[in-house]
Design a binder for this molecule. Structure first.
Ligand SMILES: Cc1cc2nc3c(=O)[nH]c(=O)nc-3n(C[C@H](O)[C@H](O)[C@H](O)COP(=O)(O)OP(=O)(O)OC[C@H]3O[C@@H](n4cnc5c(N)ncnc54)[C@H](O)[C@@H]3O)c2cc1C
Length: 165
């Protein structure tokens, strides 16, 4: 990205590893890392190496074939577009990070977004956070362990020992 490669800005600020990101087809702004995948190399339990192209990874919204296999992802080839305006890529990433900081409770232990967020449901009902808000569940606390923040779909974890954070 520092070199002006564009295409993965939507992943900035997402905690985790590249293997986890690919397995989850993670991303934001209704995009997934799968869109940028050329090939994924994984090791099966019998030690065999597998090379899968994008189609064979069966990427769907926050899913991939790796969620249905025991393979461990050990290599990823990605394809990005090169743009002349490196500053624009950086600007976009900083904007996304700023936006995430304002939305995510990064100082508190939390387990991220846990509700199924299907883009096809957006048109009908809006994002999960808005639905939760409309249902009056914003700020709901159950058992003192978790609660929904600000009408977005993030559970904050309260009262867990520090070792779990
Ligand atoms: C505060 C917060 C914000 C988040 N925001 C987003 C977001 O905006 N968008 C989003 O998509 N996700 C988000 N997440 C969820 C999570 O960060 C992503 O799904 C991330 O990509 C998971 O990566 P990980 O390395 O932590 O994987 P883990 O959570 O450890 O594992 C996830 C899955 O991937 C598998 N896995 C991990 N590594 C490998 C590997 N090398 N080979 C094969 N399988 C593997 C695991 O077995 C598991 O099934 C958020 C989480 C938190 C806590």
């Amino acid at each position: 990205m520092l070199e002006g490669l564009t295409g993965a800005e939507h992943t900035c600020g997402i905690p985790g590893t590249l293997g986890g990101l690919v397995c989850m087809n993670g991303g934001s702004q209704r995009k997934g890392i799968g869109e940028s995948i050329v090939e994924v190399t994984s090791v099966a339990v019998d030690g065999q190496l597998h090379h899968r192209d994008r189609d064979s990874c069966q990427f769907g919204y926050r899913t991939s074939v790796f969620q249905r296999s025991d393979d461990v992802i050990v290599g990823v080839r990605l394809s990005f577009e090169l743009v002349s305006d490196k500053g624009a890529v950086r600007h976009e990433m900083l904007g996304i990070l700023r936006n995430r900081r304002s939305k995510f409770p990064l100082r508190d232990a939390n387990c991220g977004s846990v509700f199924l967020s299907d883009p096809s449901m957006y048109e009908l009902h809006g994002p999960p956070g808005a639905v939760i808000d409309r249902l009056g569940l914003k700020g709901k606390q159950i058992g003192g362990l978790s609660r929904l923040l600000w009408g977005c779909d993030i559970f904050k974890i309260n009262g867990l020992p520090a070792a779990f954070r």
